[in-house]
Design a binder for this molecule. Sequence first.
Ligand code: NAD
Length: 444
Amino acid sequence: MKITVIGTGYVGLVAGACFADIGNEVWCVDVDQTKIDKLKQGIIPIYEKGLEPIVNKNFQEGRLHFSTNLLDGFDQSQFIFIAVGTPSNPDGSVDLKYVYAVAEEIAKNLKDYKLIINKSTVPVGTGKQLRDFIDQKIKERGINVDFDIVSNPEFLREGNAIEDFMNPDRVIIGTESIRAKEQMNELYSGLFKDAEPRIIFMDVRSAEVTKYASNSMLATKISFINEISNLCEKVDANVEMVRLGVGADKRIGYSFISPGIGYGGSCFPKDVKAIINTGNEYGYDMKLLKAVELINETQKAHLFDKIQNYFDNKKDGLKGKTIAIWGLAFKPETDDMRESPSQVIIRKLVEGGTKIKAHDPEAQNEAKRLFKDIETSIEYFDDNYECLKDCDALALLTEWNIYKQPNFQLIKKHLKNPIIFDGRNQYRPSEMKEMGFDYFSIGR
Ligand SMILES: NC(=O)c1ccc[n+]([C@@H]2O[C@H](COP(=O)([O-])OP(=O)(O)OC[C@H]3O[C@@H](n4cnc5c(N)ncnc54)[C@H](O)[C@@H]3O)[C@@H](O)[C@H]2O)c1
């Protein structure tokens, strides 16, 4: 089958590479010339486990093409995927300008029937609006072309994207067209033999809501456990024990109930904001999700508060201190720092007069770009132990494997004082005490 994917970011590149890998011919299109040039040279612009070999193999074997020109594969393609960004506006609503820019290009060039498949996360009603928009543009061209709009939201997780795409829990396909349903079924059947049970067909509007509801549910679990962890700190209970007890209930389970420093990334924060905004637009107050968002905002500052309180209690305050940071990405196995709690914590530390020495296995280049305005306060290290030298404390912000069982003696040797603030509950408080650390974690 022939496929064009418009937008070659985390979602578009993974989808394009995976569809090519099962034998389809795919054109990945992006407006970012640098990105496309890099991809043609075999350089993957993002860090995503397992992506590089799939991209390069399929590119070399001629099934995967990269271009800034939509027309390269457009006429031949039966499936046109939209996978561009849908960032938040300042009021929490979704900025659809990239989606509409793509829709305009599609409408300008459509000559025969195609499936226009929206993989970008968009608010309910967008599918219908896109249909009307493209219809209007086609009318203006004085021609008559049939097309279907399909909602096919993506659920891959950064860090596990290839596996999630190739072996998904479910594929949601929103369409009211029998023709589109059959073709989408055929396309996804290539991914897994037992296609039917995992493909869930529904109407476009329900598919659009399903994506937001799924991310909101996961964000809710995170804010829930963070709220319980804050209570545990007040009542002197251990949230890790509570988590073990709660998660053992099969109706609840263990996933997404690890306490920490709040959710980040390119999806949860913006999608929770967007569904709250949709509620407002339709006259419904999303009370639970407003609380989820508020808890998360507070939680992002929680570890900073602990660091500040510690140094305030020592009477000398934060000013003039140097804090080592392990982990900048919003989660392990990605270089993505969008809405990462590390951004909040580092900025607060720097505002408080602190210098930062930072390490992250993959996100340092992204951090340099994001922290340009405070670059004189941050130094980056390729070695996570070098980063500790002459620091007043270590703060662990992302649970990369490399930090899970570190050489504590070396940590002690390098830090000025043996103090660890653990935002991800990676170490055991009793062992840390035995080793002579002042150790602070979340909810215990
Ligand atoms: N990142 C994730 O984990 C994830 C998971 C599921 C769903 N989503 C959703 O998928 C969508 C894409 O997310 P992403 O993380 O891949 O975004 P991204 O920012 O990594 O990539 C988007 C790409 O689209 C390109 N683009 C913008 N306008 C274009 C145009 N007119 N023509 C061609 N290319 C254009 C950009 O240059 C960029 O490379 C969003 O709606 C997001 O919410 C993301």
